[in-house]
Each structure stands twice: as C-alpha cells, then as structure tokens.
Ligand binder design. Structure first.
Ligand code: SAM
Length: 221
C-alpha cells in the first residue's frame, strides 16, 4: 500500500537524517495527550522550515497556526538567540500546550504567541508598527489562505520568504468537490501566488506520513 510505504520511508528518514530531539518528540506527544488533532507538519517538513529560516538569514518569523508548537519549535531553532517568532493561534488550549512545549525546549524567550483569530492578530501587529517579518509560515484555516498571503506581503518586505502548507490536499486542487470547505482556499492561494505581482512562487508535491500533500514557497518581490 503506498501510504504504508510512504510512512515507513518517512520513519527511516526521520531516524536517519532528521533526528528530532526530545523537545520535539514531547511536542507531538503532548498534542496526542491533550486530545488535539495530529495535524502538525511531518518531522522532515519541520526540519525543512528550520533550514529555510537559517538559509534565509531570518531574524523575525511570523507563523499563522501554532497547534502544539511543533513547527514553531523547529523554526525557533533556526533563529539566532535574539531572533523573534510571532505565532498566531485561535484556540487558548492549543496556545497553552504550545507555550509549555516551547518553554520545555528552551526557546520560549524567542516566541510571542498571539491568541485569537489570526486576522485580528495580524491587524494588531500592523497597528503596533512591528518591524517587517523576514519569514512567514501559513498553516491555519485554509478558507483564509488568500487573506493570510496578503498579510504576509503587507507585513513582509522585498525578500521575505513565504511558505504555505497543505498546497495539494490529496489532489483536491483539481477536484474541489472533495473538500468544499478547504479546497477553495487552497486553490485561491495557489492562483494568488501565481498572479500576485509581489510574489514569486513554486509548489512542491510531497508524500509521507501526512498522505499526499505539498507546500508552496514564495519570495516577496
Ligand atoms: N503549524 C502547526 C504545526 O505544524 O505544528 C500546525 C497548525 S494546525 C494545522 C492549524 C492551527 O491553526 C490549529 O491549531 C487551529 O486551532 C489554528 N487555527 C484555525 N483557525 C485559526 C484562525 N482563524 N486563527 C488562528 N489560528 C487558527
């Protein structure tokens, strides 16, 4: 079965190359223990985020969709010690679990968790006159993907890296009827990334423990 093989290969890659530490394993387990959905990025994708943060030389990261802080920990690891990561999460329970995981990872001092609807938190960041973000990771409610992309451009600067998760959604990009809630937001985001005058983007399809999916990667012009 492809899914069994994809998961087995991913487990091998996780053990052999990615090697998540105890804090990252704790974050995944804490979400299970708290009855949260297991919808964090796969370990190899988390490590990719960390490497992209490092490669881009980011000092300020914005995340939309925290869950238990698994991707947050990965990205915070890619930041310098005085780097800043602002992460937006709707549910207070998720934010509490993430806070505890980030503190246990020794990364809490870099991370500002904004609880509430991300669209409100993003408007607040702009109103506060925050410095531009160097790296933006979008992984929350897919219906708002295009709005989050607009915010990434607005809160970024030329050269800001933007990563959008769940870009393929088991092929729902070609068959929106498969998921009428999420597919339109994903398709809209891909169209916007293709057409936006300030975004230069590509999309990578992936298979693994999370099934058939992918991510879009863009740079703000
Ligand atoms: N990025 C996380 C990771 O890889 O570890 C996974 C994030 S999970 C896919 C999506 C998260 O977005 C959930 O915790 C959910 O509560 C949150 N969320 C959903 N709608 C939101 C909204 N309107 N504003 C902020 N967060 C939202």
């Amino acid at each position: 079965k492809p899914q069994t093989a994809w998961t087995a290969v991913e487990d091998f890659l996780t053990d052999t190359v990615v090697q998540p530490d105890e804090a990252l394993k704790r974050a995944v387990q804490s979400a299970v223990d708290a009855g949260m959905p297991p919808i964090e990025v796969a370990p190899n994708a988390g490590k990719l985020l960390k490497l992209l943060v490092q490669i881009s030389g980011a000092r300020r990261v914005l995340e939309i969709g925290t869950l238990a802080g698994f991707s947050t920990i990965w990205m915070a690891k890619g930041l310098p010690d005085d780097g800043v990561l602002v992460t937006c999460e709707y549910l207070p329970k998720h934010a509490d679990v993430a806070r505890s995981n980030l503190d246990a990872a020794g990364l809490g001092h870099k991370v500002d968790i904004r609880v509430g609807a991300a669209l409100d938190s993003l408007a607040a960041l702009q109103a506060e006159g925050q410095e531009p973000f160097d790296f933006v990771f979008i992984d929350a409610d897919k219906e708002n993907n295009t709005r989050y992309l607009d915010w990434a451009v607005r809160l970024g600067r030329p050269g800001t890296t933007v990563v959008l998760d769940n870009a393929i959604w088991e092929g729902a990009v070609l068959d929106p009827g498969m998921d009428e809630v999420n597919a339109p937001g994903i398709i809209g985001a891909l169209e916007l990334m293709g057409n936006h005058p300030q975004l230069d983007a590509t999309v990578i399809q992936t298979v693994g423990s999370k099934g058939w999916d992918g991510f879009a990667l863009a740079v703000v012009r």
